[in-house]
Design a protein around this ligand. Structure first.
Ligand SMILES: Nc1ncnc2c1ncn2[C@@H]1O[C@H](COP(=O)(O)OP(=O)(O)OP(=O)(O)O)[C@@H](O)[C@H]1O
Ligand SMILES: [Mg+2]
Length: 255
């Protein structure tokens, strides 16, 4: 199998006495969806923070395409091809879809994009991701939670990342919207991205994940091939009631 696009080795992070992450190993490949599940306080957001350059680990190594990197900031992470979308989405509600997508993008590309081509690109990108909006000229604040999330994810793709990291993407979505979101994740995977999604729900991301990593109290408490893992096994790993059963695999390369 090819080298992981993103790998973490023995990553640790504490907040005072609280060990948010303790000896965490992660391997993510292109064309792979890794779900990170765990109870509240398990360390999911901290892990996403470390992967996205928002949190500096106290210890451990991070590599992108087998090259060691220091993800000192979100901008540095993006420069290594790691995009992230957090629950707050960081959109400007009063600005329309095109403005949110291309805000700042003109500068990073060193040229000014004209309105017509920006609108065209906006429609193309949203279409590729199966995100349906009534117009790309409506303020983002008028869209549904799922549509806003689609816009935020589309925007993160403009830098052509290799990896996209999403923290609790289904938390604010209804059942139908969650199904739409899972379609979007499949589109991301088919574009060749490595995708990390966290969830405190056992069911939301199971269907779309290739592998499921369970965090419990800052440690990896099981790693599962999503196609064979049962809800009972996952629940046991999340709660620590019993050791993981048949579906458990350790390390990458479950598929
Ligand atoms: N900025 C912070 N300052 C102090 N402690 C923190 C901070 N961020 C996280 N923690 C602690 O680190 C641990 C892991 O928190 P984290 O937010 O990563 O968990 P989580 O799995 O994302 O939980 P949730 O499902 O509630 O989002 C918890 O004990 C939490 O209280
Ligand atoms: Mg969290």
């Amino acid at each position: 199998m090819s080298a992981p696009v993103l790998s973490l080795r023995a990553v640790a992070k504490s907040y005072g006495a609280a060990r948010a992450l303790d000896g965490v190993d992660v391997e993510l490949h292109r064309h792979e969806v890794l779900a990170v599940i765990g109870d509240s306080g398990a360390g999911k957001s901290t892990l996403v923070g470390v992967m996205s350059g928002n949190q500096r680990p106290d210890a451990g190594e991070i590599a992108v395409d087998d090259r060691p990197v220091t993800l000192a900031s979100p901008a540095v992470a993006r420069s290594h091809g790691i995009a992230s979308v957090f629950q707050d989405l960081a959109l400007a509600p009063n600005l329309d879809v095109v403005e949110n997508l291309f805000l700042g993008a003109e500068l990073t590309r060193g040229r000014l994009l004209d309105e017509v081509s920006m609108e065209k690109q906006a429609w193309e990108l949203l279409g590729q991701l199966a995100v349906r909006v009534p117009s790309v000229r409506v303020p983002v604040g008028a869209l549904s939670a799922a549509q806003r999330q689609g816009v935020a994810i589309a925007r993160s793709l403009l830098g052509d990342p290799k990896v996209i990291v999403l923290d609790e993407p289904t938390a604010s979505l209804g059942i139908r919207q969650t199904a739409e979101f899972l379609t979007l994740v499949e589109r991301l995977r088919s574009r060749g991205l490595g995708v990390v999604v966290t969830s405190h729900s056992l069911v939301d991301v199971h269907a779309v994940a290739d592998r499921i990593m369970v965090l419990r109290l800052g440690r990896v408490n099981g790693e599962f091939d999503a196609s064979v893992a049962t809800q009972e096994e996952l629940l046991a790993a999340v709660t620590g009631v019993e050791s993981p059963g048949n579906g458990a695999v350790r390390g990458g390369g479950a598929r």
